[in-house]
Design a protein around this ligand. Structure first.
Ligand code: 2DT
Ligand code: MG
Length: 212
């Protein structure tokens, strides 16, 4: 591994904070700067498990809450082999949502504790950097209405945000809160700077295991 491994960089945040836009922009910018970088997103709706999740989110089918939590996790696990291969080949992975969304959304439901929610994802590749795109509910609302998928409503999103804040207290993880109210370009430039710094810092370090 002459050039070292790639970095695992995750973007999290509330709906309409700009995660997908910024993830795409980051990968494009890293590639343009000569780095090897790939974009991933979870749920990854193209696999069989992902299609089941897609149908659940679109309200086309019902799934029991524990079962769907485990499917979201399985959807990450089914990508772990290829993620590790890429990282070890020196490819940086930019990931639009990861286990933190998994835990934040399920634990926002009645009768789910954080610890139970984290267990299925324990041992996944540990992100080197987690960018939390912070946007107030008011600013999010100003960007447009919610879509029609499951979970896209204000009261539920407030609970999700509280769960994210619990997760962000974990000091063993490298969380960075970004002000997502900035313009797309300004936010992009800041994200690119911290991403490149992280890539440099971790290239000779082993990849960690999440929540282990
Ligand atoms: P997007 O299309 O905006 O990504 O919405 N979710 C996501 C979970 O409930 N558990 C998970 O593990 C993940 C990754 C968040 C997908 C929706 O699915 C939710 C919003
Ligand atoms: Mg999105």
């Amino acid at each position: 591994m002459a050039g070292g491994r790639g970095a695992l960089i995750v973007l999290e945040g509330m709906d309409r904070a700009g995660k997908s836009t910024q993830s795409r922009r980051l990968v494009q910018a890293l590639q343009a700067a000569g780095h090897r970088a790939d974009l991933l997103r979870f749920p990854e709706r193209t696999t069989e498990i992902g299609q089941l999740i897609g149908a659940y989110l679109a309200r086309e089918r019902e799934l029991e809450d524990h079962a769907v939590h485990l499917l979201f996790s399985a959807n990450r696990w089914e990508h772990v082999t290829s993620m590790k291969e890429k990282l070890h080949q020196g490819i940086t992975l930019v990931v639009d949502r990861y286990a933190f969304s998994g835990v934040a959304f399920t634990s926002a439901k009645e009768n789910f504790c954080l610890e139970w929610c984290k267990q299925p994802d324990a041992g996944l590749p540990k992100p080197d950097l987690i960018l939390f795109l912070q946007l107030s509910p008011e600013e999010a609302a100003a960007r447009g209405n919610f879509g029609r998928e499951r979970y896209e409503n204000g009261p539920f999103q407030k609970k999700v945000l509280q769960s994210f804040h619990h997760l962000m207290n974990e000091k063993t993880l490298n969380w960075k809160t970004m002000d997502a109210s900035k313009s797309i370009e300004d936010l992009h430039r800041e994200i690119k700077t911290v991403a490149e710094k992280t890539m440099q810092e971790v290239k000779d370090k082993p990849l960690g295991e999440l929540w282990k």
